[in-house]
Write a protein that binds this ligand. Structure first.
Ligand SMILES: C[S@@+](CC[C@H](N)C(=O)[O-])C[C@H]1O[C@@H](n2cnc3c(N)ncnc32)[C@H](O)[C@@H]1O
Length: 217
């Protein structure tokens, strides 16, 4: 059983800032051409594989979930913060948003064609990340795809996770090698890893990992 005090803290912190967060980051990939391209490529992989719907895990106010839906995939959002889920439901009444945690998803084995976790694994304590990746692998159907966005450490050979003073709740920068290793240990096959330099007024590099659940065990 995962110790839940850190999730409780994260949930309460996002509940408290949900309205402001939604004003600032309704669709957090909108402002970055490379991120938009990556999410579009992910949606194309998901459509081509035709293995099921996509869950946007840690969906926040739901803008990226809506983007996925606009790209022609069946998408729904899951978030630990009830306030975020309420905002997402109000803004996108035609889409499904569920309260839940990536640490123990209320989703059947092999039910999904895709999992997107965009800056949501950053709040998971490093010792619990393998549980989250095992959940990703469990809920993906064979041929399903995973796309992750996160703050990356500058040096992949440095510590695997470095805590930093995230404005909402304690968060961790993660090494790309470590994230790829977690995906691999969960049984997922890497397709691509990318790094983006910090944008204007940003502090950290950004890591992205695209992976796939093999069709043969
Ligand atoms: C930085 S926000 C990102 C939101 C959205 N993905 C975006 O790109 O704007 C992180 C979100 O992850 C959610 N979150 C953090 N840990 C979670 C967990 N274990 N399960 C579900 N949601 C979680 C938070 O409530 C918050 O809404």
């Amino acid at each position: 059983m995962i110790e839940s005090s850190s999730l409780d803290t994260t949930r309460a912190a996002y509940d408290a800032v949900a309205t402001l967060y939604a004003e600032l980051f309704r669709d957090s990939v909108e402002g970055h051409p490379l991120d938009r391209a990556l999410v579009t490529a992910f949606a194309e992989h998901v459509r081509d594989a035709d293995a099921g719907p996509v869950a946007d895990l840690g969906c926040g106010p739901g803008g990226v979930t809506a983007r996925l839906a606009s790209l022609g995939v069946t998408a729904f959002g899951v978030d630990a913060s009830p306030a975020m889920i309420e905002l997402a439901r109000r803004q996108y009444p035609d889409l499904r948003f569920d309260e839940g945690s990536m640490l123990a998803l209320d989703i059947a084995d092999g039910a999904l064609g895709g999992v997107l976790a965009w800056y949501s694994i950053i709040h998971t304590p490093p010792q619990d990340l393998s549980v989250v990746f095992d959940e990703f692998a469990r809920v993906l159907a064979p041929g399903g795809h995973l796309l992750l966005g996160f703050f990356a450490t500058d040096d992949d050979s440095a510590q695997s996770a470095e805590p930093f003073d995230h404005k909402v709740s304690l968060a961790y920068r993660l090494s790309l090698d470590h994230v790829a290793d977690l995906a691999s240990k969960a049984g997922l096959t890497e397709i691509s890893r990318t790094r983006r330099e910090p944008g204007e007024n940003e502090r950290f590099q950004h890591g992205r990992l695209l992976a796939r659940k093999p069709t043969e065990p």
